[in-house]
Design a protein around this ligand. Structure first.
Ligand code: CTP
Ligand code: MG
Length: 687
């Protein structure tokens, strides 16, 4: 059966990339049933047995993986106190290939901190992990990296709890029938080796292939797998505010489930035959949740434009319409795993299916069917023997290598220390200059306030003085007013009434006092405001004087932004040096561990002793710096710092120019060089 995107396609230049689809388009691909025979099937079964044995997760591999998880748990939960690191994916479901990755989820109790993945990526880089990449535009953003020593790839996501449930579902499906696990592993291995298992390049994820494989086993004529999704609301989880029904049956609850006895090879042959001849996505959606293929219109997932053929014909690199090859997530029913596909990805998938079927019909072996298409993109086999390269070497040779590494480390330490102190000085200078700039700004603000305030003071002074020619203090007037009022209103002790004349005079004096009182009050307010402003003016002038004294005369060395740039440049230089230092320390640790190991097995051998690394010199003292300045020699930022800490340039010509005899330096503690992981986890603090 033609896939929908093959129907109206003419051979274009791009089709050269898809030889089998081209054959279909040109009518040269013969759609037929499987031509295989029993011999071939038996043969393929024994090849598959060998393949599964080669993918066995050995004890050393488990130990190595556990070691990585333990180490990451330590550094991540140390940094994020309210978080827990959980593993999921094939590492937990048992569906891992030998070179499979480790999927980890950092679960926060509540909202994760801002830019948490960026922080994790930085930490992992500092920890010396390889190829650390932040993939932030995925549905579930992740940090991807490779463990430097074992070359095991790791993905870390945050609060990706639904994956923990679908991992459990995958695990349960594997437990229903012993053919399930080898069948899925074979599909994943084929997809991975043929370059169609990489969402980053527009093809399905490993998880999507697992679901496609499970769904095939559920939906074939005689199902191998039942439907374990219960969907009865008995287990509801809330993730990011959304509710998901994650209820699922236990594998043993379907004990009555009966299937046929077809071998894994037969199931695989059938899988490819079926995909080739009944391309399911023309009309259906792959739904593990329903345990069968469901019609696109029932699901409401019609293929949105632009279709893959339109994009390929148009030759433009545009986004493929939704639901191209729909695969429903079993718990997140709105999530179609084909969202990651691009037009070329769709053709690549189809092309590989056609190729696999065509090879099967030519009785090709499993190795040929899964021949790596892009060998350099297939994950490296995990490196489990840390000492592999040392086993054939003599101890003397390793010791020599170790000495060279120590010498290299010593030199590197010096380079790092020089840059670090230069950077610290640049930061100090930037801070000092920044403070200067702030002070200068404050000085300007204060100065601009002086003149208007002076004008206001003068104005107040003249107002106060104009009403103040015969100024009597307010409290005097008030006292006098009280007296006159008493005289006017109360009968005297002698009982003699006030004469009319006297009373008239008192009234007129009372009114005069009242008018004086209003004037006196206004004058008093002018006077008070005048005093307040004079006081403020004096304070500002004092402040300006102090600022002038405080501004250090280092402005001539540049602006704070120059020193910020310098500090930034030095940091950029420092990062790779520190990475190199971590690698050196780790390698030294590894060689030392090997030598110790050798000696514990050979007690008669001479005990291995660590060579001592030389300590790095500290920056110069004030006397030496002053000599340099006095003699006109060029001097460094450290010298400048020493100078500033000791009174600055003004002190250069004063007493104390003679260099003091150097005092004994404090002994520098040597870094602990541990085997294996060195000081991982503490590195960010210690470097
Ligand atoms: N996952 C998911 N949704 C996706 C992709 C992945 O929920 N779109 C979850 C699944 O639980 C999956 C896990 O993330 O098992 C890891 O994904 P991946 O590494 O692609 O699959 P694995 O099953 O781990 O396969 P592999 O061995 O190839 O790593
Ligand atoms: Mg994985």
């Amino acid at each position: 059966m033609l896939a929908s995107f093959e129907k109206n396609l003419k051979t274009t230049k791009k089709m050269g990339k898809f030889p089998f689809v081209s054959m279909v388009v040109n009518g040269k691909y013969v759609f037929e049933g499987s031509k295989t025979n029993q011999d071939y099937t038996q043969n393929l079964d024994s090849q598959l047995d060998n393949f599964i044995a080669s993918q066995r997760i050995t004890k050393p591999l488990i130990q190595r993986r556990n070691g990585i998880v333990k180490h990451l748990t330590k550094i991540l939960t140390n940094k994020f106190k309210n978080a827990k690191l959980t593993s999921f994916g094939s590492f937990e479901s048992g569906l891992s290939l030998a070179n499979g990755d480790i999927d980890l989820c950092l679960e926060f109790n509540g909202e994760p901190p801002k830019k948490v993945l960026k922080k994790i990526a930085r930490m992992l880089n500092e920890d010396g992990m390889k190829d650390v990449k932040l993939i932030s535009n995925a549905k579930v953003p992740i940090v991807k990296f490779t463990d430097t020593q074992s070359l095991i790839p790791v993905d870390i996501s945050v609060n990706n709890n639904l994956s923990i449930y679908n991992t459990e579902l995958q695990k349960r499906y594997c437990e229903v029938d012993q053919r399930v696990k080898p069948f899925i592993l074979a599909v994943k291995y084929w997809a991975r080796n043929r370059g169609i298992c990489d969402p980053a390049s527009g093809t399905f994820s490993s998880y999507a292939w697992t679901l496609i494989a499970i769904n095939y086993l559920q939906s074939r004529e005689v199902p191998v797998l039942p439907n374990l999704s219960k969907q009865d609301g008995s287990d509801i989880v809330t993730i990011h505010g959304k509710k998901y029904d994650v209820s699922m049956d236990k594998p043993n609850s379907v004990a009555s489930f009966k299937s046929d006895q077809n071998s894994v090879a037969e199931l695989l042959i059938e899988f490819f035959t079926n995909l080739t001849n009944h391309w399911p996505w023309n009309k259906s959606v792959v739904s593990v949740r329903e345990g069968k293929l469901i019609p696109r219109d029932k699901k409401g997932w019609q293929h949105k434009k632009p279709y893959a053929d339109e994009i390929i014909k148009g030759g433009e690199n545009i986004r493929l319409g939704k639901h191209s090859l729909p695969v429903e997530d079993p718990f997140d029913q709105f999530h179609d795993l084909s969202i990651v596909l691009d037009a070329e990805g769709v053709y690549e998938i189809r092309d590989e299916v056609l190729r696999a079927f065509s090879l099967i019909n030519k009785y090709s072996d499993w190795g040929a069917i899964c021949e790596p298409k892009y060998p350099n993109l297939v994950n490296n086999a995990p490196q489990l023997d840390l000492f592999e390269d040392l086993r054939s070497k003599q101890d003397a040779e390793i010791k020599l290598e170790l000495e060279q590494l120590f010498a290299k480390l010593g030199l590197l330490e010096k380079r790092i220390s020089a840059r670090e102190s230069e950077r610290n000085e640049a930061i100090r200078m930037s801070k000092a200059l920044r403070k200067n700039a702030e002070l200068a700004k404050e000085q300007t603000t204060l100065s601009t306030e002086l003149r208007p305030r002076r004008n206001k003071i003068n104005e107040l002074q003249s107002k106060r003085d104009s009403t103040n020619n015969n100024y009597i203090p307010v409290h005097f007037i008030e006292e006098e007013l009280r007296k006159v009022y008493t005289n006017l209103t109360e009968t005297s002790d002698t009982g003699i009434e006030l004469s009319f004349e006297k009373e008239k005079a008192l009234f007129s004096w009372f009114f005069e006092l009242q008018s004086m009182h209003a004037h006196a009050k206004a004058t008093r307010n002018y006077h008070r405001e005048f005093l307040r402003l004079v006081n403020q003016q004096e304070k500002s002038i004092d402040h300006i004087r102090n600022i002038r004294k405080e501004i250090i005369s280092i402005n001539k060395f540049g602006q704070h932004t120059d020193f910020d740039d310098l500090a930034k440049r030095l940091l950029i230089e420092l990062n790779p040096l520190k990475k190199e230092r971590r690698q050196l320390r780790r390698e030294i640790g590894r060689l030392e561990a090997w030598l110790r190991n050798q000696q514990s097995g050979n007690k008669r051998g001479k005990q291995y002793k660590k060579p001592r690394s030389k300590s790095t010199k500290k920056p110069g003292n004030i006397a030496a710096v002053k000599n340099k300045v006095a003699s006109g020699d060029s001097f460094s930022l450290q010298d400048l710092d020493v100078l500033l800490k000791n009174g600055g340039l003004t002190e250069v010509n004063s007493k104390g120019n003679q260099p003091k005899p150097t005092t004994k330096k404090a002994k520098k503690t040597k870094p602990v060089l541990q085997p294996h992981r060195g000081k991982r986890g503490k590195s960010s603090k210690n470097n």
